[in-house]
Design a protein around this ligand. Structure first.
Ligand code: XBP
Ligand code: MG
Length: 235
C-alpha cells in the first residue's frame, strides 16, 4: 500500500522550539509587569496543557481572584508573547531536528503530500518555515491546520481531523509525526498511526501504543518500521 500523506506536528517535532516559547512567555510577563517566571522545571509541567493561552489560564487558576487575568488580558499577553517568539525565531538560533528536511523532501519528491497539524498559530508556523526553508509554510506544506482553527486543542483529535478533511484523505492513508503524549493521543483519536520522536520536554512522556518510536528522523529504524504503511526511502 502506498502512503498518501505525512502529517507533522510543529513544536518539538519539526524543531526544538519550546525553549524559544518559554523565553517569549517570560519576556511577555516581564513587559506586562508580572513577576512570573517559568523555569525549565515549571515549563515541563505546564506543557502538559497545550496552547499558550490555555497554559497561562491554568497557571493562574489557583491565584486569588483579584490577581487573575481575564480572558481578554490573557489574549493580549499571549499576543505579546507571539510577537516576541517571532522575533526570537527570526534571530535564527534554532535548527530543524535531524532528518526533518530530508524526510519532507523525500516525500515531496515521491508525490506524497505533506501537511501540518499543530497547536500553535499560523504566524508561528510561517515564520518557522521562512527561517528553515526560506519560504512560508504554504509553499512547503500543502495543508496546514492550526490550534486556533479548531474548537479543542490536542489531546483532542480536532486538529488532525481538520488536516485530514483539508487533505481529503482518510486516516488509513496517512501517518502522523509527533513528539508528545498529547500529540499521540490527538493523532490516535483521529485514527492515524503515529511515529514518535521524543523532544527535550517530552522525553519522559508515556508513548505506549505508538506505532513507531525513534530517537529522531535520521534513526535507521525508520527504514524498518513494521507498523507503518510505508517504506522509507519511499518506493
Ligand atoms: C505545542 C504547544 C504550543 C506551544 C505554544 O503543542 O503546546 O502551545 O508551546 O504555542 P504541540 P502558542 O507540539 O502538541 O502542537 O503559544 O502559540 O499556543
Ligand atoms: Mg509537539
Amino acid at each position: 500500500m502506498t502512503i498518501k500523506a505525512l502529517i507533522f506536528d510543529v513544536d518539538g517535532t519539526l524543531a526544538e522550539t519550546e525553549e524559544a516559547h518559554r523565553a517569549a512567555f517570560n519576556q511577555a510577563f516581564k513587559a506586562a509587569g508580572l513577576d512570573w517566571n517559568w523555569s525549565v522545571a515549571d515549563y515541563r509541567q505546564l506543557l502538559k496543557t497545550t496552547g499558550g493561552k490555555e497554559r497561562i489560564k491554568l497557571f493562574q487558576a489557583d491565584f486569588p481572584a483579584d490577581e487573575q487575568l481575564t480572558d481578554e488580558e490573557i489574549k493580549d499577553l499571549h499576543a505579546e508573547k507571539t510577537k516576541r517568539y517571532l522575533k526570537i525565531l527570526k534571530q535564527r538560533k534554532l535548527a530543524l531536528r535531524p532528518g526533518v528536511k530530508a524526510l519532507v523532501q523525500a516525500a515531496t519528491d515521491a508525490g506524497i503530500r505533506v501537511a501540518i497539524a499543530t497547536t500553535t498559530s499560523r504566524p508561528n508556523v510561517d515564520t518557522l518555515c521562512v527561517c528553515f526553508w526560506g519560504k512560508p509554510a504554504g509553499k512547503v506544506f500543502e495543508v496546514i491546520a492550526c490550534g486556533d482553527e479548531v474548537e479543542n486543542k490536542k489531546p483532542a483529535p480536532d486538529v488532525y481531523l481538520l488536516a485530514l478533511e483539508r487533505l481529503g484523505l482518510s486516516a488509513k492513508d496517512c501517518v502522523a509525526f509527533e513528539d508528545s503524549r498529547n500529540g499521540l493521543i490527538s493523532a490516535h483519536g483521529a485514527d492515524l498511526p503515529v511515529v514518535i520522536t521524543p523532544s527535550m520536554y517530552t522525553d519522559t512522556d508515556d508513548f505506549t501504543g505508538a506505532e513507531c518510536m525513534l530517537r529522531n528522523l535520521t534513526d535507521p529504524d525508520l527504514r524498518k518500521a513494521k507498523n507503518l504503511p510505508f517504506e522509507y526511502p519511499f518506493k
